[in-house]
Design a protein around this ligand. Sequence first.
Ligand SMILES: [Zn+2]
Length: 283
Amino acid sequence: MRILPFLAAALLLAPGAASAQQIFDSHVHLWDGEKSIGDYEAQVEDAGLTITGFGGMWFGGPNQALAGNPREIRARNDALLALAAKHPTMVPIATVHPYDGAAALDELQRVAGLGVKLLKIHPHTQKFDPVDPRVLALVRRAGDLGITVVMDNANIVPGGDSEKLFNLALAAPKTKFVFAHMGGLNFRFWNILKMARTAEGLFGDNIYFDISAMVTLAADAPIEEEFIWTMRNVGIDHILIGSDYPQFSLKQTLDALEKLDLTPAEKAKIRHGNARDLLELKP
Ligand SMILES: [Zn+2]
């Protein structure tokens, strides 16, 4: 019976230890607007997790944000900002379409004025080519406005997804990028960053990654060691965690991260510290 006080103490400590973990989920899709926020928050709570915040975007489902309809994109950005105003833990991730040209630049400027810090553009679902000069103009403007550009990098786009994104980031060194999914199953490409850092004046160290979806695939898989090696080569300080909700849950994502053979300090940076620094979140 002498073990009981010890058990009681352990049980008391456990919830404290869990809630002391800070988590920022950088990749949440709000396919159904406010309903999605409620469903997401309920799923997080049911898993016993507490988050400091999440990055919310429209992408996915019926919301493709194609070119030629800047007025609709503007209305969606306004709806997203209205949701963020109601949900203080949400960091809004706006969008525009690069091929809308001047209208896209104007919209970017407008949302920047409303406090937006993140722009997401998606070559695959929005059907644009990252080598198009309108994309470079847009991301350069984002850099001028202090907006970080999130781009899908699952390597679905044929003909050099990562290569195109790397060259875009080199051409816009003052813009910070988050490449979502860290190259998907072509993640090996990004080990190039370790070498790029040794080439004087080439690389502005402006590339970040989220490991959403990929981390669930890498954990307990034959690629796990290489995935961790890549994470360290691109820089642990440059990696964010994201769930890619609703395709993956935050719990599933964090459980996978926990399985990786990283140090507790590295995991803490990935769960929260790096997002806090990049997005200038409150501590
Ligand atoms: Zn996604």
